[in-house]
Design a protein around this ligand. Structure first.
Ligand SMILES: *Cc1c(COP(=O)(O)O)cnc(C)c1O
Length: 494
């Protein structure tokens, strides 16, 4: 079991001085990811110190305000309405377009899935287990929404560019299908799904189409302004009924702000929840959460106002320059290859067939002080590139090259614990085993008194133990499966 917890932390019996507490908070940041210097490639979108201060000031002005009651806080309702209009304009929505601001991409997606389910309940009540069809690169927020709302998420394979295949999506549509969903772009590799083609299929089947532009909503329009070829992905595609887009990503807002925009109220009306019998009064809520914090809304509104179109175009120009530079650098490194289409400011790269072990390179890159996001199926490294990365693009490529050289010189690095773990986790065919291991890790993390489980004892780690126990077996099984497959292939050729 986990280490015995220390004494339980209690609320101070007597309040402490604000200055002491603020000093302590500042000190707590020390072990955190250093995003200001550009060594982190997701999680934080930084548009410079001046912008950061603006977000803080706007947030502070409304830190205690609550949009749960829009009559009491008309300021917040006005900001929400104006953000919705600005976003609808940016996405070429018709004059009827409506929407809400949410706490993040996940909440936007939860709302969309819940709404399409409600709509299906109203219009096609005979469907017992509604289904949404999407490419397998769709964000896990859809899995979460499907899981919680009793919807089946039917995932369809993608092409070699990690792009949704319209015909495959069409084939997956059945009598229980209530909506289609695609990404612009998908998060892992930055590939934009063929929205217009999928839209044609949606129209043909009379199905709504959600476009998840959580990461792309405030990136693609500016890339288009910069003259990049971006195929239509927004409300210009007539079949698109809803779009999720995160302000707290390339909108460079403070954390806790996303948008869900609908073509018109016929869809959005099914998003509103009303409880009439609560002794506390009639309760109505348009999104997942109850209390709706004013701070993130004000910071997001301020970000849109101060950046303006010219500010975003400039930030996006720097980001795409950085992304292109990194892509060119990676292409020039022997044994490495890019994954997905190079259309956006997201970069993904991996090892070419016969190249050095990807997860070992990732380890060596981390050892050089980079925060590394590892992808699986295929194994790769993901970078959400922002304006803040232009300054470090060349350093990054240099360190990737050095890391790849290291692994080429010493292939045994692939068997180092972290690389081996990622390799194994990606390979284990029994995904239930992986799920159990990860759940156990979180049970340890959230055990009483624990902040982060002891990382110095990886062998004692639940996932590690699991792999120790089953790793050899899994490898043997995989070997067998591989041989069988090869045999079958030879068989069919004959
Ligand atoms: C980030 C992201 C989400 C989820 O957004 P959160 O703000 O992390 O909840 C969903 N879809 C895509 C494509 C994303 O990039």
């Amino acid at each position: 079991m986990s280490a015995p917890p220390g004494p339980r932390v209690l609320i101070p019996a007597v309040g402490r001085a604000a200055t002491t507490v603020l000093d302590e908070l500042a000190a707590m940041k020390t072990p955190d990811a250093d995003w200001r210097r550009g060594r982190v490639f997701s999680l934080v979108y930084h548009a410079g110190e001046e912008h950061e201060r603006l977000l803080q000031q706007a947030h502070a002005l409304f830190a205690s305000a609550n949009l749960l009651n829009p009559m009491a806080f008309q300021s917040l309702r006005r900001m929400e309405a104006e953000i919705t209009q600005m976003v609808a304009g940016l996405f070429h929505g018709p004059p009827s377009a409506v929407g809400t601001v949410t706490s993040g991409g996940t909440e936007s997606i939860l709302c969309a899935v819940a709404t399409y389910r409600e709509l299906a309940r109203a219009k096609r009540p005979w469907i017992r287990r509604p289904q949404i069809v999407a490419p397998r690169t769709i964000h896990p927020a859809f899995d979460k929404a499907a899981h919680w709302f009793g919807v089946e998420l039917k995932k369809v394979d993608v092409d070699d560019d990690q792009r949704a295949q319209p015909e495959a999506l069409a084939r997956a549509i059945g009598r229980r299908t209530i909506a289609l969903a695609v990404s612009a772009p998908q998060y892992p590799h930055g590939t934009i799904d063929p929205v217009a083609e999928v839209g044609a299929i949606a129209a043909q089947h009379g199905l709504p189409l959600h476009v998840d532009a959580c990461v792309g909503g405030f990136m693609l329009p500016w890339l288009e302004r910069l003259g990049r070829p971006i195929a239509p992905w927004d409300f210009r595609v007539p079949a698109v009924t809803s779009i999720s887009a995160d302000l707290h990503k390339y909108g460079y807002a403070g954390k806790g702000a996303s948008t869900l925009t609908w073509r018109d109220m016929t869809w959005m009306r099914h998003q509103f929840f009303v409880a009439t019998d609560f002794p506390g009064g009639i309760y109505v809520s348009p999104t997942m959460i109850g209390t709706r914090p004013g701070g993130p809304l004000a910071a997001a509104w301020a970000a849109l106002q101060t950046q303006g179109e010219d500010g975003y175009v400039k930030l996006t120009g720097a980001a795409i320059d950085a992304a292109d530079r990194i892509r060119a650098g990676i292409r020039a490194i022997p044994g490495l290859t890019l994954i997905g289409r190079p259309d956006t400011t997201i970069v993904a790269w991996g090892a070419a067939p016969g190249g050095p072990d990807l997860y070992a390179i990732a380890d060596r890159l981390e050892a050089r002080g980079w925060s590394v996001d590892r992808t699986q199926h295929p194994a790769g490294v993901h970078l959400t590139v922002t304006a803040n990365h232009l300054a470090i693009a060349d350093d990054y490529v240099r360190d990737v090259r050095a890391a790849a050289d290291e692994v080429r010189a010493d292939p045994s690095l692939a068997r180092a614990p972290v690389a081996a773990m990622y390799g194994m986790m990606a390979k284990i065919p029994v995904r239930g085993l992986v799920k159990r291991g990860v759940r156990q890790l979180f049970e340890r993390m959230y055990a009483p008194g624990v902040i982060v489980p002891d990382a110095t004892a990886p062998a004692d780690d639940a996932v590690g133990r699991l792999l120790d126990k089953h790793g050899a077996k899994v490898d043997a099984v995989l070997d067998g499966v591989g041989k069988l497959r090869a045999k079958l292939k030879r068989g069919t050729r004959r």
